[in-house]
Write a protein that binds this ligand. Structure first.
Ligand SMILES: Cc1cc2nc3c(=O)[nH]c(=O)nc-3n(C[C@H](O)[C@H](O)[C@H](O)COP(=O)(O)OP(=O)(O)OC[C@H]3O[C@@H](n4cnc5c(N)ncnc54)[C@H](O)[C@@H]3O)c2cc1C
Length: 400
C-alpha cells in the first residue's frame, strides 16, 4: 500500500481544510476545546452537525446510494484526520455510525426510507440500549423482555451505562423475545422513541463528575413490532454487525495524533528538569516512544482500511483498532496529565461550559486535561472491554 497521498488525495485534503477553515467559527472551536468527556456541549455539537449535514458530510462514512458522499476509505480517513487536527466538536454519532449501517443492511424498505433520511438531516439524537445491570461482556444473557401483544411488543426491564439517554430522542435496543434454546437465539433488535409512556431515565454520574451515563427503566412500554430491525429472535446477528461499526470502521489514530500535537505544545510551555519540559531527556524518551507506537498503529490502521473495499464491513479487525486505539489514547492523556503537573488538580466544571465567565486556574491547554484523563479511563471498557477484544483477536484474527 502506498501511504503517500496522491495528487487527487491532496486536492481532497485541501477541500476539507478550506471547508473547516471557513465553517469552524471561534465559538464552535471554543466549545470543542472545552469538551471534558466524550461529547462536546450538546448545543455546539448540534450546530456543528447541522453545518456538516448542510454540506452533505455528516454521514461521511455512508455510500452515495444512501445519501452519503460515497468517499473511499482513504478519503474518510483524511476527513477524520483533518477534523481531529482542526479540533472539530465531537458529536453524537450513534445514528451515523451504528443505526445507519444496520438499517442499510437489515432494515425494511420503509425503515430505510424513514430512518436514513432522518439521520442524514440530524433530526434525532440516538442512544444505545445494549448493556444491562447483569449483562455487559456477556451481552447475550440480557433479560429485558419484549412480549408480543397484537401488533406491538410490551417491554419490561432495564438498560444501564446508556450514554446520552437523558438527551436522546430515540434508542436502538436489544430485547429478549424468547427464552427457548441458546441465549443468542432469543434476542430481537428494536428502534423506538425515548418519550414513550413507561420509560424512565436516571443519571449515573461518572467519577470525573460528568453526567453522560444513565440507567433506563422500561415499565410496560408499548412498541410497534414494525420497529423491529431484522427477523424476530435474530437480533444477535444485527447486534454483532453493529458492534463491528462501533469498534471499527473509524480511525482511532486521528484524535490521538491531535492530542499528541497538543501535548508537544504543552511540553514546550511547561518547565521541567531546569528548562522546558520538552527538553527533559526522560520526558523526550517517553514522548518519542509514544509517538512511534502511535505512528505504527496509524500505518496498520491505514493498511487494514485500504484493504476494505467500499461498503465492506470491518470484521474482527475492528477489535484490533479498538484495543490499540483506546490504549494509546489513555497513554497520551496520562502523559498530558504529567505534563500539566499541578494544573491537573483544580476541579472547575463551570469552566467547561462554552461562553462561561470563570477565571480558569490552569492555562487554556490544561482546563479540561484532568477531566479528559478521568473520563477516558472508561475507553478500555466501553464498546467492549480490552480483555474481551483480546479474546476476539485470539479467536477470529489469530485463529487460536
Ligand atoms: C463510559 C461508558 C459508556 C458506555 N456506554 C454504553 C452505551 O451507551 N450503551 C450500552 O449499551 N453500554 C454502554 N456501556 C457499557 C459497556 O459496553 C460495558 O461496560 C462493557 O461491555 C463491560 O461490561 P460490564 O461493565 O458489565 O463489565 P463485566 O462484563 O462485568 O466485566 C467485568 C470485568 O471482567 C472482564 N471480563 C468479562 N468477561 C471476560 C472474559 N470472557 N474474559 C476475560 N475477561 C472478562 C472485563 O474485561 C472486565 O474487566 C458503557 C460503558 C462505559 C464505561
Amino acid at each position: 500500500m502506498d501511504i503517500n497521498l496522491s495528487k487527487d488525495d491532496r486536492a481532497f485534503q485541501s477541500e476539507v481544510r478550506a471547508f473547516l477553515d471557513e465553517k469552524l467559527s471561534d465559538d464552535i472551536r471554543e466549545g470543542s476545546r472545552l469538551t471534558p468527556g466524550v461529547r462536546t456541549n450538546a448545543v455546539i455539537a448540534r450546530r456543528w452537525a447541522g453545518i456538516l449535514a448542510e454540506k452533505g458530510w455528516l454521514c461521511h462514512n455512508w455510500p452515495s446510494e444512501f445519501g452519503g458522499p460515497g468517499w473511499n476509505t482513504l478519503q474518510k480517513y483524511i476527513f477524520e484526520f483533518e477534523c481531529a487536527m482542526a479540533g472539530t466538536p465531537t458529536i453524537n454519532n450513534m445514528g451515523i455510525r451504528m443505526v445507519g449501517p444496520v438499517v442499510m443492511k437489515y432494515g425494511t424498505e420503509e425503515q430505510k426510507a424513514t430512518v436514513l433520511p432522518s439521520i442524514l438531516a440530524d433530526e434525532f439524537a440516538w442512544c444505545q440500549g445494549y448493556s444491562e445491570p447483569g449483562s455487559g461482556s456477556d451481552l447475550a444473557s440480557l433479560q429485558t423482555r419484549a412480549v408480543p401483544d397484537g401488533d406491538d411488543y410490551i417491554i419490561n426491564g432495564s438498560k444501564i451505562w446508556t450514554t446520552g439517554a437523558h438527551t436522546a430522542d430515540k434508542i436502538f435496543c436489544l430485547v429478549r423475545t424468547s427464552t427457548e434454546g441458546k441465549k443468542q437465539e432469543g434476542i430481537s433488535f428494536l428502534l423506538f422513541d425515548m418519550d414513550l409512556p413507561g420509560i424512565k431515565v436516571e443519571p449515573v454520574i461518572m467519577f470525573s463528575g460528568e453526567h453522560e451515563l444513565n440507567q433506563v427503566f422500561f415499565d410496560d412500554v408499548r412498541v410497534p413490532q414494525a420497529n423491529r430491525v431484522g427477523p424476530e429472535n435474530k437480533g444477535w446477528t444485527v447486534a454483532k454487525y453493529l458492534l463491528e461499526f462501533e469498534r471499527g470502521g473509524i480511525a482511532y489514530t486521528p484524535p490521538v495524533k491531535a492530542g499528541l500535537e497538543k501535548l508537544r505544545q504543552i511540553a514546550e510551555a511547561e518547565s521541567g528538569g531546569g528548562g522546558a519540559l520538552i527538553d527533559d531527556p526522560s520526558f523526550r524518551r517517553d514522548l518519542a516512544k509514544l509517538e512511534t507506537e502511535i505512528t505504527a498503529n496509524e500505518i496498520s490502521e491505514k493498511r487494514v482500511m485500504s484493504a476494505l473495499s467500499l461498503g465492506q464491513n470491518p470484521g474482527a479487525a475492528s477489535s484490533m483498532f479498538k484495543l490499540r486505539g483506546s490504549e494509546l489514547l489513555q497513554r497520551m492523556l496520562e502523559m498530558t496529565m504529567k505534563a500539566i503537573g499541578y494544573y491537573g488538580a483544580p476541579y472547575q466544571p463551570d469552566a467547561y461550559i462554552p461562553g462561561n465567565n470563570v477565571d480558569p486556574i490552569a492555562p487554556d491547554y490544561g482546563v479540561t486535561a484532568s477531566a479528559k484523563y478521568f473520563n477516558q479511563r472508561a475507553a478500555t471498557i466501553y464498546a467492549g472491554s480490552s480483555e474481551v477484544q483480546r479474546n476476539i483477536i485470539a479467536k477470529h484474527v489469530l485463529g487460536l
